[in-house]
Write a protein that binds this ligand. Structure first.
Ligand SMILES: [Zn+2]
Length: 225
């Protein structure tokens, strides 16, 4: 804890004064560029990966960067998505998985989370990804299985994301872009899911998106029932 308390003091003495103007602007308003959904893992720092400033990212973290499909039960992820899309009107949503993910290892080896009832139930939301890997991928070793599972999990959670009404409405109108990323801790490489190619490609090789085509244009008239 000592390290953290020292850090707070350093932040207040050295860092905050440097960003004073920005924090003053942000004191009562935020206009983030993206909702960033990622794992709770300590080795993944969204602001560091994207070199963002305070106010740029609205972040939702949990074990396995999971987005439960929409239902009528209130949940932290659902509430965060609803607020980000309906109130903050974020123009982008990124779901970011990572290498060596403990949650993905738990999905692969269910026996390892048997004594963790909450984790075990939570990881059921990644079952579609596990099945996709087992049925469709031929992996030479455990490391590759884990990598494919991490990728398939990002794709599965993107599909779940589309079941949330504010997201599906924003997508239909072309108001929001979706992205699926994976981050390699050992190299710093980030790949993005290209929905047209059906695979992940390194970021930097052109505009890559996981966004379906919009069905309405802003100019389309709204028809009364
Ligand atoms: Zn993780």
């Amino acid at each position: 804890m000592h390290k953290l308390l020292e850090g707070v003091q350093q932040f207040q003495r050295r860092v905050y004064p440097r960003y004073k103007g920005l924090f003053r602007e942000l004191a009562s308003v935020q206009n983030p560029q993206a909702l960033f959904i990622t794992c709770a893992d300590s080795r993944l720092m969204p602001e560091m990966l994207t070199q963002c400033n305070p106010g740029d990212l609205f972040i939702c973290r949990n074990a396995g960067n999971i987005v439960p499909p929409y239902d009528d039960r209130a949940g932290g992820v659902t509430a965060t998505i609803e607020y980000a899309v309906s109130v903050l009107k974020v123009p982008n949503i990124i779901i970011c998985g990572h290498s060596d993910c403990g949650a993905m290892k738990g999905v692969l080896h269910r026996e390892s989370v048997q004594g963790l009832p909450a984790v075990s139930r939570w990881l059921h939301h990644a079952e579609g990804a596990r099945l996709m890997v087992m049925e469709n991928h031929c992996c030479p070793d455990e490391k590759t299985v884990l990598q494919r599972l991490t990728e398939e999990n990002v794709i599965t959670q993107l599909e779940h994301l589309k079941t949330h009404p504010p997201v599906s409405v924003a997508l239909a109108r072309g108001d929001i872009q979706l992205y699926g990323w994976t981050y390699q801790i050992s190299t710093g490489e980030i790949s993005s899911y290209d929905a047209r190619l059906g695979r992940f490609v390194p970021i930097g090789s052109g505009h890559v998106s996981a966004t379906p085509e919009p069905r309405f244009r802003r100019s389309d008239p709204v028809v009364a029932a």
